[in-house]
Design a protein around this ligand. Structure first.
Ligand SMILES: NC(=O)c1ccc[n+]([C@@H]2O[C@H](COP(=O)([O-])OP(=O)(O)OC[C@H]3O[C@@H](n4cnc5c(N)ncnc54)[C@H](O)[C@@H]3O)[C@@H](O)[C@H]2O)c1
Length: 353
């Protein structure tokens, strides 16, 4: 039997994060990036030249009219995820969409339903599922290796409001739109809080209720730079009760000098604890169970690489079997974001239904 031709992909949005997708899809078997799209003409041309992509377009409408592709990867600013994904789904294309999936739960749920009705493969880019320890931690916790879960501690810290190691946010549109709610930003909570909520609830299970406090610190005269009003939250603390009865906390901020990009997770139960710190290793985690508990000692567990989300997306398209995390999972996390905003506004705990 002749081999299946490669899956033809288009990257929509050719800014910073698109480089990540191009690099990873270029390493993924069974696919080829044949087109890219951006409303910024120079950017899309440079991107196509850098990655030897044959076709360039100025809009998804033009892409869908003129190009013969199987799937799209949506890497535009957050407010465009929903309209662009719905347009591509209506044209029968498989979609990998950047996080946060949408701006609110009803929109995210509409995207999940549309993809399901159209029968297309759909995935949300929760990047840190690529770190193999989280896959192993989820297997072990769900198999009861640390007993009944009692306590969860999860955090995602960045430093870019203080540090210049990723450039100066004051002079870059790519950072400034993330600070302005009128540009569709949901602040640090929507940007990286979304990752840590997925990262922790993947092994620890669903949240039953949460209480959230958000803060936006002053960052410029009148908290404004050019066309950007710097009103989106830049620090968030959430306390949560899980459906299994455990209690946990989530912390996320862009104000953590010394931690450019750190994810930390500890899950503790009646028979032990597991702990992951991305600054220690993204290929291993620590465990304390059995006799180690009375010695206060930990063992390091090294984990072999796991398929990337790009691998899983292409594998799903080629096998017809939807893998995780799909749009429904993206919508579940969006529900936690909505509840966090509601809790902050009303100053009360909010149940997750
Ligand atoms: N998963 C992760 O770890 C991760 C990391 C960074 C960013 N992201 C997400 O990726 C997305 C893009 O972020 P970024 O940092 O690359 O932003 P960016 O501002 O660098 O790039 C966005 C690009 O989209 C283009 N664009 C705008 N409207 C468009 C349209 N209608 N059609 C086509 N292109 C359009 C812009 O011109 C720009 O080139 C965001 O949703 C962000 O949350 C995810």
């Amino acid at each position: 039997m002749p081999a299946k031709p490669p899956t033809r992909l288009a990257i929509v949005g050719t800014g910073g994060m698109a480089n990540w997708h191009a690099r990873y899809f270029n390493k993924t078997r069974g696919c080829r990036i044949t087109a890219c799209v951006d409303t910024h003409p120079e950017r899309v041309k440079d991107f196509a030249a850098n990655y030897s992509i044959a076709e360039t377009y100025g809009s998804t409408t033009e892409l869908l009219e003129k190009s013969d592709i199987d799937a799209v990867v949506i890497v535009t600013p957050d407010p465009l995820h929903k309209p662009l994904a719905l347009e591509c789904i209506a044209a029968g294309k498989h979609v990998l969409c950047e996080k946060p999936l949408a701006l609110n739960y009803p929109d995210a749920r509409a995207m999940a339903k549309a993809a399901q009705r159209a029968g297309v493969i759909n995935m949300v880019h929760f990047t840190y599922r690529n770190w193999s320890p989280i896959q192993k931690i989820a297997d072990m916790v769900q198999a009861g290796k640390i007993g009944e879960i009692r306590h969860v501690e999860a955090s995602y810290h960045q430093a870019w409001l203080v540090s210049k190691s990723w450039g100066d946010w004051r002079t870059s549109d790519a950072w400034l739109w993330r600070l302005d709610s009128s540009h569709g930003s949901k602040g640090v909570l929507g940007d990286i809080g979304v990752h840590i909520l997925d990262f922790a609830t993947f092994p620890a299970g669903p949240i039953k209720s949460l209480f959230c406090q958000l803060k936006t610190f002053s960052k410029a005269p009148r908290n404004r730079i050019g066309k950007y009003k710097l009103d989106a939250n830049d620090t968030a603390v959430i306390t949560a009760e899980f459906a299994n009865g455990a209690i946990g906390s989530f912390q996320t901020t862009r104000w953590m000098p010394g931690h450019q990009n750190r994810l930390f997770l500890k899950i503790s139960g009646t028979k032990g604890s597991v702990s992951f710190d991305s600054e220690r290793s993204i290929e291993a985690f620590e465990i304390c169970t059995g006799a180690d508990i009375d010695q206060d000692s930990w063992k390091t567990v090294a984990v072999k690489p796991t398929p990337t989300l790009q691998d899983r997306f292409i594998r799903s398209i080629r096998s017809g079997k939807q893998e995780q995390p799909d749009f429904a999972r993206g919508a579940e996390i969006q529900k936690l974001l909505d509840a966090s905003f509601e809790s902050h506004q009303r100053r009360v705990p909010v149940g997750i239904r």
